[in-house]
Design a binder for this molecule. Structure first.
Ligand SMILES: NC(=O)C1=CN([C@@H]2O[C@H](COP(=O)(O)OP(=O)(O)OC[C@H]3O[C@@H](n4cnc5c(N)ncnc54)[C@H](O)[C@@H]3O)[C@@H](O)[C@H]2O)C=CC1
Ligand SMILES: Nc1nc(O)c(N)c(N[C@@H]2O[C@H](COP(=O)(O)O)[C@@H](O)[C@H]2O)n1
Length: 313
């Protein structure tokens, strides 16, 4: 099946992003990826696969756990909203910055969203960039859905599974708490498409971010260590609000290698899903900014602007 929505991203624009990206896939990695895509086209009912390649850089967390290269990337309005309301899909990126996001998808081994986004958006989470050559399938990132309580009622007609069946994307790995027992039907559906549940141990005590509901929250270094153990050496984290805010909170933000934000020239108004990490209190009890970027560059793309930077340490 051919790609019905083939996007292109100019090489000159890609060059400007290079300092903010994980290393390009190695020749061996590209070959393995090609084999994965070919196998998926031949047989959508493949056995669960844990093989994927990412950049060669291996960074470590402050707790010395191996972790992938982490890019935090999302599109936002002028009033810091990701969407008009929780549970609503809102298009912010124009065509050029949308193509940029798909270029990022072509450069990361994995792509991560929270279960709130999976339920609200029914996302494809694939790369729809035109391949450089017809004989070389486009790299597809492995979707990782953070779903501690296994809430996502995945169905056969989910966009991500339709794309996996068509050989245009990969089935998701769903990250659930170790204590969770996902239902057998969903597990079978997932595994039939080459996805699986992955289990995260030692969830942090509730209340480590803006969550006050007592819900299970993972430590990000635990999540990233499991992603790395799956052979996924780079990950772009797209959202939504709770995922981004928990990762931007100190000290979790130390785990981020690169931040790439599309800013769209629109206001979404009150009641949107807002990016705003919890404030931090300094040594003398004063309020301090929890996180700031450095080494920032700005890239106009159509009517949007894309801002790239690193977390100031
Ligand atoms: N404009 C953009 O670039 C994007 C917009 N969105 C929008 O964001 C909205 C969804 O955002 P939210 O409702 O905030 O949902 P979300 O996608 O952030 O998922 C929230 C859920 O993720 C889990 N979670 C979050 N942090 C966790 C942690 N540290 N450990 C374990 N589990 C954790 C919890 O189960 C929580 O209920 C949608 O409207 C979607 O369209 C989503 C992605 C990108
Ligand atoms: N970069 C960007 N711009 C927007 O305007 C968006 N709404 C999003 N959303 C993210 O992309 C996912 C949808 O992916 P598919 O197009 O279905 O593959 C969505 O779930 C958000 O993570 N991103």
């Amino acid at each position: 099946m051919s790609n019905p929505e083939a996007l292109t991203f100019p090489a000159a624009d890609a060059l400007g992003l290079e300092p903010h990206l994980p290393p390009p896939f190695s020749r061996k990695g590209a070959e393995e990826q090609k084999n994965i895509s070919q196998q998926q086209q031949n047989d959508a009912a493949a056995a669960p696969s844990t093989t994927a390649r990412g950049g060669e850089r291996k960074t470590e967390t402050k707790r010395n756990k191996p972790k992938p290269f982490v890019t935090l990337t999302f599109a936002i309005s002028l009033d810091s909203s990701l969407s008009l309301a929780p549970g609503t899909r809102t298009i912010l990126s124009g065509p050029q910055s949308k193509a940029m996001t798909h270029y990022l998808r072509s450069r990361h081994a994995a792509i991560c969203v929270g279960v709130g986004t999976a339920i609200a958006d029914d996302p494809g989470l694939n790369c729809r960039l035109l391949s450089a050559s017809p004989s070389k399938p486009q790299h597809q990132p492995r979707p990782i859905v953070i779903d501690p309580n296994a809430r996502w009622a995945l169905k056969e007609d989910a966009k991500v599974l339709q794309l996996a069946r068509a050989g245009l994307g990969l089935a998701p790995f769903i990250a659930v708490a170790s204590a969770t027992s996902p239902d057998d039907q969903t597990r079978e559906l997932l595994e039939r498409h080459g996805g699986k549940y992955i289990f995260i141990d030692q969830p942090a005590a509730a209340g480590n971010d803006q969550n006050t509901s007592g819900a299970v929250r993972f430590n990000w270094d635990d999540v990233l260590a499991v992603v790395m153990s799956e052979g996924l050496e780079s990950i772009m984290i797209e959202g939504g609000g709770q995922i981004i805010n928990s990762l931007l909170a100190a000290p979790e933000n130390e785990l981020i290698d690169s931040v790439i934000v599309t800013i769209a020239p629109t206001w979404l108004g009150q009641g949107g899903v807002v990016v705003s990490p919890p404030r931090t209190v300094g040594a003398d009890g004063e309020l301090v900014s929890p996180v700031r970027l450095t080494g920032v560059s700005w890239h106009p793309l159509g009517e949007d602007v894309v801002m790239c930077g690193k977390i100031l340490r």
